[in-house]
Ligand binder design. Sequence first.
Ligand code: HC0
Length: 571
Amino acid sequence: TVTLTIDNIKVEVEQGSTILEAAKKIGINIPTLCYMKDINAIGACRICVVEVVGARALQAACVAPVAEGMVVKTNSAAVRASRKMTLELIQSNHPQECNTCLRNNNCELQSLSEAMGLKEVRFVRPAQSHGKDDIDNSSPSIVRDPRKCILCRRCVAVCEKVQGVKCISAVNRGFETIVAPPFNQGLIDVNCAMCGQCSLVCPTGAITEVDDTGKVWRALDDPNKHVVVQTAPAVRVAIAEEFGLEPGTIGTGKMVAALRRLGFDSVMDTDFTADLTIIEEGNEFIKRVTEGGVLPMITSCSPGWIKYIEMYYPDLLAHLSTCKSPQQMFGALAKTFYAEKKGIDPANIYSVSIMPCTAKKFEAQRDELTDSGYQDVDVVLTTRELGRMLREIGIDWDNLPEEEYDAPMGLSTGAAVIFGATGGVMEAAVRTVYEVITKEPMPDINLTPVRGMEGIKEATLKVGDLEVKVAVAHTLGNARKLLDKIRAGEADYHFIEIMCCPGGCIGGGGQPIPTNLEVRLKRISGIYKADEEMPIRKSHENPAIKAIYEEFLGEPLGEKSHKLLHTHYIP
Ligand code: HC0
């Protein structure tokens, strides 16, 4: 260990620790901007500078290692002046549009400027730099506004180190530097998976979700439209954060009430079609195992993941389950089954989904997802956009009643809720596959080896006479490891779950900001708590699922299911 003194306090830390970590240990929070633990520790922004007695210059605490006997001052006059000057210089080149920015009141540059007491920006924004004013609206999921970029490179680090995609980086040099895809192309023209992790880590409004709230307001205002809404599993444990509550707070009932107050004609649940996915995907899996289909079978519900495999591993597409995602199953059923049952012309149904995900916006617009005869899902809002709409109508979250979803696509089980956390789809599938094959209740339905934040998780289960080997990966970086194993012929798994975002959908790119490890863990706890509170916890026991097969679909993998619930992929 090493002993040093920070602001007159002695502290002992492991050798190799940074000054930032040592300070944190004694309750001193040094401000940071570009820093993200283990992902972007590059000392670029210079906000975390501290004075090390005897050193020639101020040091960036996030990268400077501790040394025996070191004396550090984190709040000397030189330190405060330097931080303020750095902020002033960043602000000098930053549009002063805070009031109209999507990140107003949730911007790290704004809050740091406030905390540092920045009262004046004495420098004027220089002449426009090359590319700096090109707002990239090409993607259906993500908007890039380089004017607001402060070159912290957090987005670059997440895209490269977590997702392994590397579709953005610094282009040009000096004053002309911007963060953009190669040659400043649009995000739609490069290998972006649309996961939106960049938008979660951006400290300002330089990378945001595409704001589709206007489309939804227009539909809600149109008396000829019957507007239905579905809510994804992971939204319910995050939406309360938009109103200042703790991450992981279960907000299901209040969210339903709030959506009714917005004016939706029917408030239903993606969880219903998550249960339906388990029936279709479970049967598809059993068929592949018993009839010799392509194994391992891989889940197909995370649209960033689908885009990634289409771009990078087109030779492995036959491993994907042919099941559409629950969002898209819901969309196809809303304009067929639901329309029929309610006697509504599907042309007048407007189908909205609330998702934790930016890639879902892209998924909804895919040409092949139109099996109802219309675009199956008309518009996707992220959790953040829903938060904005609710604040616009002055929703008093704390005093909302808890309400129930509408029939016939509102009833779901615990198995569906856990779709929102990494490992959840696998656990839900196992709960059903086990009982369908053995015809006996599963002794313990909690498949704990596939829960939690480890990058790749494995389990082997005895299902009747069968030893089923499963794997679960989250983030595209971890997905790549499993895919390389399959390509090399070294993967002896039967079934693999892959989710694009860290932690699964609870950590999706459309979730409330901040979304970091601590927040993800709290939302995951919320998900498993929600599962435990459900009266039914297995998809095949959902009476509404049984009813839709009896009334409409016929049988799993049948003709109607094939048309409405399954899809193909584009190499
Ligand atoms: Fe997910 Fe889904 S679990 S991808 O993360 O499968 O976005 O929450 O809605 O579709 O259900 C996201 C979350 C969904 C879908 C479901 C799946």
